[in-house]
Write a protein that binds this ligand. Structure first.
Ligand SMILES: [Zn+2]
Length: 248
């Protein structure tokens, strides 16, 4: 629904009354990688986005949309299980006119220090008549060497049975040493059910998440729970990430 509204806005921006029936083309490149391949980026660095727009008669407008990948997917793409930190903290939206039959436009985005995971980048374009280019879509994978790293072996949202005890799997690590780490179980409505502090000895560079055991409420069948993970390293850099669990 969101995308349909955005497209309508783009069409409304374009002028009418011409006979151009050929759609424009929109080519999207991020950090040197052309869509639909996945672009690689580093927290604390930049994402350099280049748009190449062409039309046989006259370009109209374009819309470039960068947003966190959490909780949804786009047509033709499968939602991957990826632990994302700061998914809502980095986003950009550019809507602007384009002129001529060919335009190359560059946008450079600073990537925050505290984010990690997958983002979506989409480019839509219209010509002056309102014909729409095929959406160019790619994922941007942000690596982070600054904040602690949580790694879990899940390839999809885990499914837990109501009324059982469930141990987490995975690790948390940081080359500078961890000073604190927490795992929390929350309801769909963000109500805290359990908080477990992960035992650390000063100087630990990693810890196993299997020391964390949660009691899955017996009345939670059919709902979703959220596991929130938080760790801080010796330099004060913090990572907060989370994933959903289905309860049966
Ligand atoms: Zn998206």
């Amino acid at each position: 629904m969101k995308n349909i509204l955005y497209l309508s806005a783009l069409v409304a921006l374009a002028a009418c009354g011409k006979s151009d029936e050929t759609a424009p083309t929109a080519v999207l490149t991020a950090n040197g990688v052309p869509a639909p391949a996945e672009a690689e980026a580093q927290a604390g660095g930049t994402l350099e986005v280049v748009l190449q727009l062409t039309d046989d008669e006259a370009l109209g407008a374009y819309r470039l949309d960068l947003h966190g990948a959490g909780g949804h997917s786009h047509e033709g793409a499968d939602a991957e299980f990826v632990l994302t930190s700061g998914g809502d903290d980095w986003a950009a939206l550019e809507v602007a006119d384009a002129a001529g039959v060919e335009a190359q436009i560059t946008h450079s985005y600073a990537i925050p220090d505290h984010i990690r995971g997958h983002w979506h980048l989409l480019l839509d374009a219209t010509d002056a008549t309102g014909n729409e280019a095929t959406t160019a879509y790619m994922e941007v994978h942000v690596e982070n060497d600054i904040i602690p790293l949580f790694e879990v072996p899940y390839t999809a949202e885990p499914v837990w049975a109501a009324g059982t005890e469930q141990a987490l799997e995975g690790t948390v690590s940081d080359p500078e040493g961890l000073i604190s780490a927490f795992a929390r179980l929350l309801t769909e409505d963000e109500l805290l059910l359990t908080e477990v502090e992960i035992g650390l000895t000063e100087g630990d560079v990693s810890a196993d998440l299997s020391s964390v055991t949660f009691s899955v409420p017996s009345d939670a069948a059919g709902s979703e729970l959220e596991v929130e993970l938080e760790a801080t390293d010796a330099a004060g850099n913090a990572c907060v990430t989370s994933f959903h669990v289905e309860v049966e």
